[in-house]
Design a protein around this ligand. Structure first.
Ligand code: GTP
Ligand code: MG
Length: 420
């Protein structure tokens, strides 16, 4: 897939490789579906006309394959790249999600503690709405305050639940390119970490730990990721040391603090979780200020320049580091999602076609055998008929000769009697 994609037209972001791969694998499965549907139609037809050629198991398998391929096609059209954000409460998870979306989509800050899982994904129709777990009702949301209000007034919401927030695709590149971003309540507020992982993390392609650069990594945060990496093999984890703008107040400690955070975060990924190498860790750990990035991007949306607000010293460096995080993140999520989502499907597709071919071959061979048997029977009948025909001819000839002789005899006797 990646080989074909890279030779294809211009791709400006690694995320688009996922989109292209998704389109291609979808097209392949649509083709497979039409072959399987045609094969199944023909097999049913043959079975109606010659009921003894195909056995019931074969017939059932062929019909099952059609359903399986239809199932894969449906999953494929829904497949997206998923990133989940975790960390202690108030570390800035919702702010990071908003910064990446480039807009204030999710409620954040005082009075807006995230109280359930929120999955932001692109809305096909272009409208903004939310759907709560177990419901099909689309609740319209026009703004953040509207969304915050709707979330606060969903009485049955509990922290394990998932609310889907559909946001217009044209408002954010990530959503347009099929990324779903999952915000979570603080890992310190729940006793249900296992349920969280089972319900919301199993299919995540990337995890982002939003840590607070003003403190050190907490045991609750570490525990959560220990659990994640025990359930998933080598999860892709990024660590964002957020609130790095606070360091501007203490420039004399900046390098020292950064070095210390870097060492601890690297040890956590490399030695404790064993999810990456030391070199890889350096492109997984970033020092950022989500608040600043969000502010700047909101300003930019309004047509103002990026750094027109009141900003702390070192803003541009932090902004660039956030962009570097986004670039690494895009590469990682696209690669991982293609591998985990599509590799599996393409292998399934290959097995399915192989199994189906085997059944078709068996049916074909059986029909050939039956044809040969029938041809043999016909040949034997033919031989018998030939023999009978020959016998009849010789009997008839004999009879004819005998009759002639008898007639001659009689004629002889009669003429003798007459001459006497
Ligand atoms: P919960 O949902 O309650 O768990 O919190 P959260 O992790 O989603 O944090 P949220 O994004 O709501 O941010 C909490 C507060 O921190 C808000 O007032 C943000 O404006 C502020 N904040 C977030 N990121 C930064 C940052 O980089 N720098 C500074 N100075 N403040 C930040
Ligand atoms: Mg939040």
């Amino acid at each position: 897939i990646s080989r074909n994609v890279s030779t294809d037209e211009q791709i400006s972001s690694p995320l688009q490789i996922f989109g292209k791969a998704k389109k291609q694998i979808n097209e392949i499965f649509v083709d497979i579906l039409s072959y399987v549907a045609e094969a199944s139609e023909r097999i049913k037809d043959v079975n109606d006309k010659c009921p003894n050629v195909i056995n019931t198991n074969e017939l059932k398998s062929i019909i099952d394959y059609e359903f399986k391929v239809k199932g894969i096609c449906e999953v494929l059209t829904r497949d997206h790249m998923k990133v989940a954000f975790f960390g202690r409460t108030s570390n800035g998870k919702s702010t990071v999600v908003n910064a990446m979306l480039g807009d204030k989509v999710l409620p954040s800050g005082i009075g807006h503690t995230t109280n359930c899982f929120l999955q932001v994904e692109g809305s096909q129709s272009g409208e903004a709405y939310l759907v709560t777990e177990g419901s099909n009702e689309k609740q319209n949301v026009e703004s953040v305050s509207h969304l915050a209000h709707a979330l606060n007034h969903e009485k049955q919401l509990n922290e394990k639940e998932l609310v889907h927030v559909y946001w217009p695709k044209d408002r954010c590149v990530l959503l347009r390119d099929d990324v779903a971003l999952v915000d979570s309540p603080g890992v310190d507020v729940t006793p249900h970490l296992d349920d969280w992982i089972d319900n919301h993390c199993i299919d995540a392609d990337v995890f982002v730990l939003v840590a607070n650069a003003e403190s050190t990594l907490m045991v609750t945060e570490k525990n959560f990721f220990h659990k994640v990496s025990s359930k998933l093999s080598k999860p892709n984890i990024f660590i964002l040391n957020n609130r790095w703008d606070a360091s501007a107040n203490e420039p004399e400690f900046l390098d020292q603090v950064r070095k210390q955070h870097m060492e601890r975060a690297t040890d956590f990924l490399v030695k404790e979780l064993k999810v990456c190498t030391t070199e890889e860790a350096s492109s997984r750990i970033f020092f950022i200020s989500a608040k600043e990035v969000l502010q700047a991007r909101v300003q930019e949306r309004k047509g103002l320049s990026l750094n027109s607000g009141a900003l702390a010293e070192g803003f541009s460096t932090r902004y660039m580091e956030f962009e570097e995080f986004e670039r690494r993140f895009e590469e990682c999520i696209s690669k991982s999602a293609i591998k985990t989502k599509f590799l599996n499907h393409s292998q399934q597709g290959k097995h399915l076609i192989k199994d189906m071919l085997k059944i078709m071959d068996t049916i074909y061979n059986r029909s050939q055998e039956q044809k040969n048997l029938k041809l043999n029977e016909i040949k034997k009948c033919q031989e018998k008929l030939n023999y009978t025909e020959q016998s009849l001819i010789s009997i008839t000839n004999e009879m004819k000769m005998k009759i002639h002789q008898m007639v001659d005899d009689v004629e002889d006797k009669v003429s003798k009697a007459l001459s006497d």
